[in-house]
Ligand binder design. Sequence first.
Ligand SMILES: C[S@@+](CC[C@H](N)C(=O)[O-])C[C@H]1O[C@@H](n2cnc3c(N)ncnc32)[C@H](O)[C@@H]1O
Length: 200
Amino acid sequence: MAVDINKMITNLLDIFNLTDKTIISVGAGGGQFIEYGRNAKKVFAVDNDEAALEMLKENLIRSGLTHQFTLINSDFYLINQHGDVVIFELSLHELSDPALAIKHALTLSPNVLILDHWITSDWIYFIDEKEKVTSSWAALETFDFKKFQHYDTFEFFDDYEELFEKIKGQGETAISRIAEFQGKKQFTIPLSYAIALISG
Ligand SMILES: C[S@@+](CC[C@H](N)C(=O)[O-])C[C@H]1O[C@@H](n2cnc3c(N)ncnc32)[C@H](O)[C@@H]1O
């Protein structure tokens, strides 16, 4: 079940209309959010993890969106592709220097859209990413947000096993934190996320 990604994409498109836009998408591997690219002119999907790009490729084939996307296996800081908007899709907190990443993004495009976990989210405690997410948003304090909105929702799980499958790659701390859900059925974990638009 998990989180309602379509709702997240609708919220993203409400903040910034991506129709006919050239998009540079950072940390696009995995490909959970590809639907935002359906009406775009072109999406340059950047990720430095080859396996994640492979998953993106499979999702693009399944969704009939391959023609819209160009996959780039690279560190974002080295990218020189220009476009209408740079999107960080749940990825800014994973970059080594979020402020530098935004500065670089603003050399590539006049608009930077950030969709990421929000600092009050219970979910980031369970996946052990609270520290990274908090310092990532703090690093953005020097930038003016043209738009900002935060949203509260839930991750839905049928059972502990489904939750375990989702978070097992997050490390031992995350695995120990979800122990309280063992034996539970049909439960939710509150998840908050935010979308910010920075325009240079
Ligand atoms: C949490 S995932 C983002 C979620 C993903 N877009 C999805 O649909 O599931 C973060 C991604 O950022 C990528 N990443 C981290 N640092 C990067 C960098 N410096 N340059 C490019 N990609 C990077 C990771 O490889 C990873 O695939």
